[in-house]
Design a protein around this ligand. Sequence first.
Ligand code: SAH
Ligand code: F3S
Length: 485
Amino acid sequence: MEHVEKIIDDKIQGKALVTENKKDNTKKLFIESYGCQMNMNDSEIVAAILDKEGYNTTQVLEEADLVLVNTCSIREKAETSVRKRLQKYNRVKKESNKKMKVGVLGCMAERLKEKFLEEEKIVDLVVGPDAYKDLPNLLEEVYEGRDAVNVILSKEETYGDISPVRLNSNGVSAFVSITRGCDNMCTFCVVPFTRGRERSRDPKSILEEIQSMVDKDFKEITLLGQNVDSFLWFGGGLKKDFKKATEMAQATAVDFSQLLDMCATKFPKTRFRFSTSNPQDMSLDVIHTMAKHKNICKYIHLPVQSGSNAMLNAMNRQHTREEYMELVDNIFKIIPEMSLSQDMIVGFCGETEQDHQDTLALMEYVKYDFGFMFAYSERPGTLAGKKMDDDIPHAVKKRRLQEVIDLQQKHALYRTQQHLGKTEEVLIEGTSKKNPNEWKGRNTQNTVIVFPKKHYKLGDFVNVKVEDCTSATLKGTAVGYSDNN
Ligand code: SAH
Ligand code: F3S
């Protein structure tokens, strides 16, 4: 899952998610997930809920009793892809599977609500991200011939009591959600509207879920949230209500750096990653905790969106370019080998050529290892959608995006070259796509590395000598097991 956002837009699309099935389950569920890792993890929660209702997963659309698509609203293109997918379901329903029911989950369900039923005749069921526990009731309605909708956003729901069924799993790495929703209200972003307000999950249930993954021999856990650094457990409820909590609850609250410390201490052989960090909520405590534990990977996805103060302000990002640079300086001071990645939006409302140059200059300053870059896509309902003019012509957005991508590629190559000649610990995650005789894994910095399989196995931690690289991948040779085995 190295290039998260690329997967979002291009790769997972139209692919059924499957798991080992129970023998006595009789109904068939075809489920697919668009968008972020959080959606993927939500699909695993949905699969767990439906497993109890007698559903096995299937890869064959034509034989499904129930088709669920977990949707993304982040950019217009993401929504267009889902609409196209619904047309495909429609054809299958007409031609070969008349009994099949179709449900829409996730951010598009939340954004469009009942409108979905009118706009897309194929849809029987619309369920928002906080209402998955209601699926058994909603399905009853559907099988009785009524359309069913639940898009209520919750103050409490974290699905902490549900043990997700892992879908398309490599048996080595898994996601564990720690927060839901986002309070940041970046003016371009639809997430606060589709996923609701921020709430954190009980650390006890997080540790229990990790324990169950470790018992099943998983080796790497990615802690997930729209804004993980904002994690704050004080007994439950919305983060904005923290000040209303009792003194006792406030005094014993657990923040993100403490949660990380708890995880890394309790499971010293497990690798930990986390995503996503909003710079404004990232504390240096987190960096110190990362420095303290070898098993917390030295990689931070630290989206900045723009290098221009005017744009950051218009986007309602709560930091300046200078503050971001200071944060980056401090990170490298504490952990010089840290790898950083960015999200950038080009062509936001009013972006001048100078603003764009500021973005390129900031990138030159940080030299990110990876990047996920997007042309601004206006989203209905957001502040920018309502109040600002999407005034940058398509051709200009396209050109600026290409400049940002080209520069990122240059920096990625610069960063991969720094690994040449080094011997690095790698967790084996699967077979290389290009060569069946090679393993694929990642080093602590999240850089993908491929090497001949020899006698090593999936899930092994091995030391790999880096001999060659492209801007995206390292190539090497395994020289032995690492001491983490
Ligand atoms: N905190 C979140 C961010 C979600 S959105 C997370 O967990 O990743 C992921 C990225 O999509 C954002 O960082 C931003 O770069 C991009 N994005 C969000 N809204 C967008 C829009 N309206 N147009 C273009 N890109 C957008
Ligand atoms: Fe979106 Fe900003 Fe939150 S990008 S997910 S509103 S941190």
